[in-house]
Write a protein that binds this ligand. Structure first.
Ligand SMILES: [Fe+2]
Ligand SMILES: [Fe+2]
Length: 141
């Protein structure tokens, strides 16, 4: 898995959710890239889409609630990035329902999911932890 300890933001619930997302997406990418049977891949696509549609919404909700709680100033901007991602997952899920399993579409989806996850968790979400740290520094002065 590509998860790294340094991705933690110090909030156990959020860190746990991030790890689960990494676990699922890595597994998804590996299954699609494997030489395995078509059936195995379709099962994994169904499983991953069902999981993502739900879990991503829950995670974003919890993370935004935390941002609100700490008075994070970039919440609006951050929530917009989340909403765009939810929209993307829904769009792919709809296309999949219409057209069925297409290897190329799913490879693309898996690649984008993984890239997005790494970029978002390693950069955008880290800013939440940086904000908390900067607040603590101010209050200790
Ligand atoms: Fe996150
Ligand atoms: Fe986020």
């Amino acid at each position: 898995m590509i998860w790294k300890e340094k991705y933690k933001i110090g909030v156990p619930l959020i860190d746990e959710q991030h790890q689960e997302l990494f676990r699922r997406v890595t597994d998804f990418v590996e299954t699609l890239r494997s030489q395995g049977e078509w059936n195995t891949k379709v099962t994994k696509v169904n499983e991953t889409l069902a999981f993502m549609k739900d879990y991503v919404v829950t995670h974003f909700h919890d993370e935004e609630a935390y941002q609100k709680e700490i008075g994070y100033p970039a919440l609006g901007e951050h929530a917009k990035i989340h909403n765009d991602m939810v929209q993307y997952v829904v769009t792919v899920a709809e296309q999949y329902e219409r057209e069925g399993f297409k290897e190329e579409l799913m490879q693309q989806f898996a690649g984008k999911l993984l890239a997005w996850l790494i970029n978002h968790v390693a950069a955008t979400d880290q800013k939440i932890a940086e904000f908390v740290k900067s607040k603590e520094e101010v209050s200790h002065e």
